[in-house]
Structure formats: structure tokens, C-alpha cells
Design a binder for this molecule. Structure first.
Ligand code: HAM
Length: 411
């Protein structure tokens, strides 16, 4: 017997209703903020990700699913931002309106060790606003994430905020962190001893107790940012406060992808355990230019759908009691029934029938199992009268309705 691969998940029909609702709610919120949907390929050139996320990032180093095609190397997308930036440039989306607000919903792939809230195929609901450096856009993007969470019914989450500053500020931060940890090298885990050379900021995300302890006296506070970045960050904080959005400044929040500059944020939830990030994002003002596009500021975020479903008390609002179940008894009735099903389906009524020539009793039991809202019975008697018996499955009441008017009656 074949089994699904570790870290992948089947979304069965009951749960699928929840996914559909989550997506619908998201689409409505994105619409309200004037974002439009973009769908980019699941496969991209591997080099796009190593260039965008950074060759030393955990994702590129350890987590990409690589697909070789003769001389070309592709990767299953581990995240959405790089592919979207590529599509933005390739399709000249900077022309025309210039400023592009785009959202995406779809699967991402990372070769991580699976555990609660950590899958190898998971899903993002995310967005990117490309074309501006203004702090108003950071504020709007975080407000949008906040509204999504509210509309999904999430509670108890926390918004962590930081600014990495411009590339110069970020480089100074990286050097500061590296020299701080060099003095404590013997206390770091084996991975962090490598990180100190390749990507020192990642040490701040290490879950190893010794590395956390070593980070205790690291001061990343005030005065680190250049005046422009400081001003930018102040405006973001003021804007969020003015909108009544709670957040906390986390100087150690550095994010694991190279493309980030200035504002970064993460939304965490204590109910998730060790993988506590529900979503995350930030500004990436150099990525579009680095990938060969114009010099444009950009900011965005992505939520992990599976993690959202772990913490939201969201219950499906869709009742399964919408099904109309047709029971056609006898050859002639079955022929008429086929036409009636066609008419109902054209009118958008959710309906089905028994394909197994069950008795009336057996078919009624089946309708009950399917939680049908109503049953239509079409037998010889009804056929003679040009009618059908309509039975309400909740009240048990039944009446005869002319075949010619049953679709209108059901609507
Ligand atoms: P990220 O932090 O790598 O950011 O992923 C965003 C969210 O995806 C995480 O907060 C988490 O909820 C979910 N996630 C990540 N890995 C897994 C996994 N293995 N299993 C389940 N869920 C997972 C990004 O991907 C950026 N592209 C976000 C962004 C958009 N920044 C700017 N624009």
C-alpha cells in the first residue's frame, strides 16, 4: 500500500470546506485593500532562490527540493516572494500603474524535518506591494495582516517588529553580531560555529540552549540605524499605534532570508509550540533591482495556512444540508429523473441521486446518511400526474409539486 510522503498532508473533504472559507475570507480582505491575485509556477530556476534568499540561508543550504532537467536545475518553490519578483520583472508589471499590489495562495515546499506545524509541503497566503519605499505601505501591509487574522477569528497572537535598516546598517549589525559571538565561540553549537562565518544573524534564531544563553548580553537596541532608516521605522511604529494595532519591538528579530531590509515582522502564537510563527514578512528594497528590474521598494508577508488552522477556532459555516436527493423508482422514472437532475444542476442546485437501484426505503436511508436537505421521489404515480413528491428531511413533511415548477420551488 502506498502512503503519502512524510511531511505532506491530505486535506479531506470536511477540512477542505475550512480551507475554502479561509481562502474566501482572505480574497475578500485582499480585495478591500485593492490587491489582485497572481499565480506563479511551482517550479523556478534554482538560481532564482539562491540569489534572492541568499546562498547561506537555511532554506537554500538545506531545504530546497531540487529537480534536475538535463543541464538545468530547478527547485520547487520554498516561498512565494522570489517567484513573484521574477514574474513582476519578466511581465513588466512596473509599466502601466507602476505600483503593484499582488496576493497569492498556494503550496510551498521545504525539505525540513516534519513535526507539528512543520511540513514539507505547506501553503502560504501572502501578498507583496511593489513600487514604493514609503512607510505608509509597511503600515498598510501590517494592517492587512492584522485584519486577515481578525477575520479568520485568530486570537492570542503577537506581532513582533524590528528594522534591519538599509544594507549598510544591516552589514554593521551582522559584523557586530559576528564579533560578539566570536568572543564566545566555544559555547556555540556546531551549526552556529559555521554560521558565524557564513551568516552570523542566523545564530539569533538558534534554538540550542547554549547558543541562547550565549546571546543573553547581546545589545541590539537603540542607535543602530542610520537617520533615514530610523525615521522610516519611527513612522511605521507611529502609524501602527495610530491604527490601534498592538506590536512589540524585538531587536533580535532578524529573519532568515537575505532579501530583507528595513522593516521586518513576525506574527507568533503561543499555541503553536516550538514552531510558533503564524506568518512573517518585511521590506525588501533591493530584491527587484538585484534580479535585474528597476530600483523599487517592496514589502510583503506570508501566513502558513496549516499553522493558522492549528490555532483558529474557525468552524466551517457551510452546512452540508444543501443537498437535494432524487429517488427515481422504475425505468421510466429514471429517464425523467435524469432530465430533472440536469435542470436542477443548470439552476445551480446541489443534487444527487441513487445509482444502485435501491428500494425506496434504502434510498431514503442513503439520503439521510448524506444529510440531504430534501428528497424528491419520482415513481409511476407521480409520473402519471406529471408531478414529484418533495419531502423535507428535517420536518418530515411532504407534498406533491408539478414537475414543471419543482426547480423554481427549490430555488
Ligand atoms: P517565512 O517566514 O519563511 O517567510 O514563511 C512564512 C510562514 O510560512 C511562516 O511564518 C510559517 O507560518 C509558514 N511556514 C514556513 N515554513 C513552514 C513549514 N515547513 N511548514 C509549515 N508552515 C511553514 C516567507 O516565506 C517570506 N516569503 C514571507 C514574505 C513575503 N516576506 C516578504 N514577503
Amino acid at each position: 500500500m502506498y502512503k503519502r510522503i512524510s511531511g505532506a498532508k491530505d486535506v479531506l473533504p470536511e477540512e477542505s470546506l475550512l480551507w475554502q472559507e479561509l481562502e474566501q475570507i482572505s480574497r475578500r480582505v485582499f480585495r478591500a485593500y485593492n490587491y489582485r491575485e497572481i499565480r506563479t509556477p511551482l517550479l523556478e530556476e534554482e538560481a532564482l532562490f539562491s540569489r534572492s534568499l541568499g546562498g547561506a540561508s537555511e532554506i537554500v543550504q538545506k531545504q530546497m527540493f531540487i529537480v534536475r532537467n538535463q543541464d538545468e536545475v530547478y527547485a520547487l518553490r520554498p516561498e512565494g516572494t522570489a517567484g513573484l519578483a521574477r514574474a513582476y520583472i519578466e511581465n513588466n508589471l512596473d509599466k502601466g500603474a507602476g505600483f503593484a499590489k499582488l496576493y497569492y495562495i498556494g503550496p510551498m515546499f521545504r525539505r525540513e524535518r516534519p513535526q507539528k506545524g512543520r511540513l514539507r509541503q505547506f501553503h502560504h497566503i501572502g501578498c507583496e506591494a511593489i513600487g514604493s519605499h514609503q512607510p505608509q505601505v509597511d503600515i498598510e501591509v501590517i494592517a492587512l495582516a492584522h485584519q486577515l487574522l481578525r477575520n479568520w477569528g485568530a486570537q492570542g497572537h503577537q506581532i513582533k517588529l524590528n528594522s534591519l535598516g538599509c544594507p549598510k546598517d544591516k552589514q554593521a549589525l551582522t559584523q557586530g553580531v559576528a564579533s560578539f559571538f566570536k568572543a564566545k565561540l566555544s559555547r556555540l553549537c556546531a551549526d552556529c560555529k559555521i554560521r558565524i562565518e557564513k551568516n552570523p544573524l542566523r545564530i539569533l534564531d538558534c534554538k540550542n540552549d547554549a547558543c541562547r544563553e550565549a546571546a543573553n548580553n547581546l545589545s541590539l537596541g537603540q542607535g543602530r540605524l542610520c537617520p533615514e532608516c530610523n525615521e522610516h521605522f519611527s513612522r511605521v511604529r507611529e502609524g501602527l499605534t495610530a491604527l490601534g494595532i498592538d506590536y512589540e519591538i524585538y531587536p533580535a528579530l532578524v529573519r532568515g532570508l537575505d532579501y530583507y531590509t528595513r522593516t521586518v515582522f513576525e506574527i507568533s502564537h503561543p499555541g503553536l509550540g516550538s514552531q510558533d510563527a503564524l506568518g512573517a514578512g518585511g521590506r525588501y528594497d533591493n530584491l527587484i533591482k538585484e534580479l535585474g528590474g528597476p530600483d523599487l521598494g517592496a514589502v510583503g508577508f506570508a501566513f502558513g495556512v496549516e499553522r493558522l488552522l492549528l490555532v483558529t477556532s474557525h468552524k466551517s459555516q457551510v452546512t452540508s444540508r444543501e443537498l437535494v436527493y432524487l429517488i427515481a423508482l422504475g425505468e421510466q422514472a429514471k429517464k425523467e429523473g435524469l432530465k430533472l437532475l440536469g435542470q436542477m444542476r443548470q439552476a445551480g442546485i446541489c443534487c444527487d441521486t441513487d445509482y444502485e437501484n435501491k428500494s425506496l426505503k434504502g434510498a431514503l436511508r442513503k439520503a439521510n446518511d448524506l444529510a440531504a436537505k430534501a428528497v424528491l421521489i419520482l415513481g409511476d404515480d407521480e409520473l402519471k400526474k406529471g408531478a414529484v413528491t418533495l419531502k423535507d428531511m428535517q420536518s418530515g413533511e411532504q407534498k406533491e409539486v408539478a414537475l414543471a415548477s419543482i426547480v423554481a420551488e427549490l430555488i
